[in-house]
Write a new protein. Sequence first.
Length: 243
Amino acid sequence: MTQKSFSSVFLASLKSARFVFVLTGAGMSAESGLPTFRGVDGYWQNHRVQDLASPQGFARDPLTVWRWYNERIRAYSGAQPNAGHYAPAQLEALVPDMTIATQTVDSLHARAGSKNVLELHGHLREARCTGCGVTLPLANGLDESLIDHSCGERFRPQVVWFGESLPQDVWSRAESAAARADVILVVGTSAQVYPAAALALQNDRAFIAEINPDATGLSDRCDCVIREGAAVALPAIVELLRL
C-alpha cells in the first residue's frame, strides 16, 4: 500500500497524535490461521456457546469444556504472530503513548512484542481455581486429572465467559486510554461484542479509523475506513509514519 491508499487527514492525525488507542478483535488472529468465533469457520460452528463458554456449561460438563479449550490452546501455541501483530509493537516506539485493548485471548500481541496490552476477555496462559483463586500455567493445556482442585473446587480457563463481567481493573484502564486518545484504530473486530466495542465510540474528539476488509456495525461512524486486513494495512501505516 502507498500513501495514496490512506486519507491525508488520517496520516496527519496519526503523526501528530500524543495518545493512540488500538482496539483489536479476532480478525487479526484469523490472518495467523486461527478461526474467529463468529465467522463462517468459527469455533462456535460445531458447538453450542452455552455448553463451552459459560459458567453453567462448565458446571454441567467441565471435561468437555476443558477438552475444547485444550484444543484451542494447542492451536494458539502453533500459530505465529502475523505482520498485523508486529506493526503495533513497532508503532509503540513512534507515538508518545499507545494502548492496545484486545478482545482476543491468544496472546499473539504480547508474543509480537507489544508492551501495553489490555486483554479485555482474559487469556489462555493460565487456569484459575474457582474456589481459592490459585493459578496454573497452561503452556500445553490442562491435564484432565488436574481439573478438580484439592480445595474442593475446579480449575477453569482464565477467560471471560458469556454472562460474566470484564475484569474491572482492565476495563477501567481501557476506558481511560480510549477517553484520552487523539486517534483510535479499530482493527479486525466486528464491533458486535459489547461492552468492548463501545470503547471505540465513547470519545467524540478522537479521529477514528477502522481497518477491516469487511464492513461492520461501526463503519458508518468512523472518520476513515481502510478496507484491508491488518497484516497489509498496519505495516504500511508504520512505514509511512517513519518517513
